[in-house]
Design a protein around this ligand. Sequence first.
Ligand code: NAP
Length: 302
Amino acid sequence: MTTQRSTTAHSLPVTVVGLGPMGLALAESFLNAGHPLTVWNRTPGAADSLVARGARRAATVADAVSANPVTIVCLKDYPTLYEVFDATGDALAGRALVNLNSGTPTEARAAADWAAARGAEYLDGAIMVPPPIVGQPGSVILYSGPPDVFDRHRAALATMGDPRHLGSDPALAVLHNTALLEMMYATMNGFLHATALVGTAGVSAVDFADLALGWFMPTVTDSVLAQQAPELDKGNYPGDVGTMEMNLNALEHITRTSVEQGVHSDQPRLMRQIAERAVAEGYGGNNYLAVFEIFKQATRVP
Ligand code: NAP
């Protein structure tokens, strides 16, 4: 597909290492935009369609890295990164490595140290969209690492999606990615459990979605959470219009109703336990958002 971007910028040559479903989508976005592209994958046949469109298949990873100033890496995980790149000798020295596999903050910081020891510039990143959206409007990729390295390669990175630089700590991209995914799963589970609950009275998911997603959730996110974010930063949870104790009652009702209606009750039970802990720690008179103080602590193993 030829986009407007392909006619405006991009003659910047790029290497992509790792051609699983995601790496292939990244590589295709560079070809679509007209970048000269070098690729390497453990299983060479994964590059066939790219080579047919003009990409160069490198014989070794060292050859791939040496071909261009910047290498985008999209392998399975951090151990695979080391397994693949430890064979490159000093080929990384003076080059930039942009690593987009998923992982943990500790793994990201270790990879930044590992790259520095090889004389390479390093950005860590997290892809926030599935492969078909890469390179399309709506594609967002998070980055962290030295701002000057990001700025130098921003134009090439923008081909894959809107590049958002979060700061110089290399852990920030995967940390944000994990936090956003956690929010997604918690939101989906909330809606799915609630839909199962009303489903016990014959209400369809479509009918419930109208009320739950059309009206209710936006009031929670916009009128409560977005407005209260500054108070979270201050640790200010006034209970003047509703207390933790009152919310504990609501959570007790949700748990009991789940049991009565014969649906799964672990999720409301866990939310109730967290609120009980907040009460036990002295937040009973605060509003519900004081559970933030409990979430900031490690779980205590009984
Ligand atoms: P994947 O299965 O996680 O990774 C496949 C890639 O890793 C292939 O290039 C594969 O090479 C390579 N690989 C695996 N083990 C290897 C080894 N021991 N030595 C050399 N290469 C090895 O598939 P993916 O979907 O492309 O994901 C890549 C990364 O992107 C992952 O960290 C994933 O979490 C992240 N991500 C994926 C998505 C998505 O929707 N797919 C979305 C966001 C982020 P071969 O082809 O030779 O097997």
